[in-house]
Design a protein around this ligand. Structure first.
Ligand SMILES: Cc1ncc(COP(=O)(O)O)c(C=O)c1O
Length: 370
């Protein structure tokens, strides 16, 4: 089977260092908020060129605490994309605010700035952009809308560590960047992990307290928080991986290039579109094909694993029933959910395996005039 992702390949190449770091933490006896968490926060801040980074338990918590630090709650609206992982809108709802969806640009799968502008109401407090599949969202246009209406911008960078829009890394452009270190991400831990990044000292301080039960000073609780700390073991392992993430992202770009060359000229296979001026880090290589489910099943029969991210847009998820959306409200997101197919994508994917994926797909999707 050619897997969609192989999370053990990187362990094998860095086994010696990872094992040593793990043993050091186990023997050191400090497992929560120790020197590795602090060092990893500083190293990420320096890599991304942003003043503050705060390690958290997951990307989901990063989104939840980002909104909390912006004082977003009941009565507030937050605009976001209906074409994302559930955590994006879950974070809005779990803070008691209302998720207001805006449709996507069909070429990039990211928020369409015109749709965002049309969704602003007097209750809107923030926009959560998602850099889906590793492709930066249109930050300049969205930033302009936010400044016009005095809105905060939260970047969901779970799938986009190392991506850039203009000269800046994603996660450093809006007010708060939210990262996930879920094992299959571009920078993946060996368990859950997350982080927020920000230029605001006040936001960083607030999130540091919120991750520790709302206590800026131990055992003195200023507000309701939660337990959401990046653990020392994950931080130690992530520190070993961070210096390699640039190279891994370049390897992903090379895999993407080979897919493009192998699949070009097949008019019925829509390839990912790169937004000019941005660096896509190919967390996923997501195409659109006709008869997607049929193609997916046939690929699986030929031992090629693919995934559908995501089969049901967020506005149609039962959990958001009370928001009152229905089918047809966001036609581009709905069409994407019907047509997308993510192909095997990880830095170590071999050229031979990639060629097998390309050949099978070319056999399955009949050529059409491009
Ligand atoms: C777009 C997006 N947002 C948020 C998350 C949540 O991250 P985590 O799984 O670390 O909670 C993920 C990944 O799982 C994601 O893909």
């Amino acid at each position: 089977m050619i897997p969609i992702v192989d999370v053990t390949a990187q362990y094998l190449t860095l086994q010696h260092e990872l094992d040593a770091a793990m043993r050091q933490v186990l023997a050191g006896g400090q497992f929560i908020l120790g020197p590795n968490v602090t060092a990893f926060e500083n190293e990420v801040a320096s890599y991304l060129d942003v003043p503050y980074a705060v390690g958290l338990n997951s990307g989901t918590d990063a989104l939840v605490l980002a909104l909390r630090a912006l004082d977003i709650g009941p009565g507030d609206e937050v605009i976001t994309t209906p074409f994302s992982f559930a955590a994006t809108s879950e974070a809005i709802a779990s803070n008691g605010a209302r998720a207001v969806f805006a449709d996507i640009d069909p070429a990039t799968f990211n928020l369409d700035p015109a749709a965002v502008a049309a969704a602003v109401t007097p209750k809107t407090q923030a926009i959560i952009v998602v850099h889906l599949f590793g492709q930066p969202a249109r930050m300049e246009e969205i930033g302009a809308i936010a400044s016009r209406h005095g809105l905060a911008v939260v970047e969901d960078c779970a799938q986009a560590f190392g991506a850039t829009a203009g000269p800046q890394f994603v996660g450093t452009i809006g007010d708060i960047g939210c990262f996930s270190f879920f094992p299959s991400k571009n920078l993946g831990a060996y368990g859950d992990g997350g982080m927020i990044t920000t230029r605001s000292e006040a936001i960083a301080r607030r999130v540091r307290a919120l991750r520790a039960h709302g206590a800026a000073r131990k055992y003195y609780h200023d507000e309701l928080g939660m337990n959401s700390r990046l653990d020392e073991l994950q931080a130690a392992l992530l520190r070993i991986k961070l210096p390699h993430v640039q190279r891994w992202n370049e390897m992903r770009a090379a895999v993407a290039k080979r897919y493009r060359e192998g699949l070009k000229g097949r008019g019925d296979i829509a390839l990912p579109v790169e937004t000019p001026g941005t660096r896509h880090v190919y967390h996923q290589f997501t195409v659109r094909v006709p008869e997607r489910d049929h193609v997916r099943e046939r690929l699986l029969e030929s031992f090629v694993q693919t995934m559908v991210y995501y089969p049901l847009p967020l506005h149609l998820q039962p959990v958001h029933r009370e928001l009152g959306y229905s089918a047809g409200d966001f036609p581009e997101a709905e069409a994407a959910a019907r047509g997308v197919l993510s192909l095997p994508m990880f830095p170590e994917l071999s050229a031979g395996d990639q060629d097998t994926v390309i050949d099978r797909l070319r056999e399955l999707v009949p050529a059409a005039v491009a």
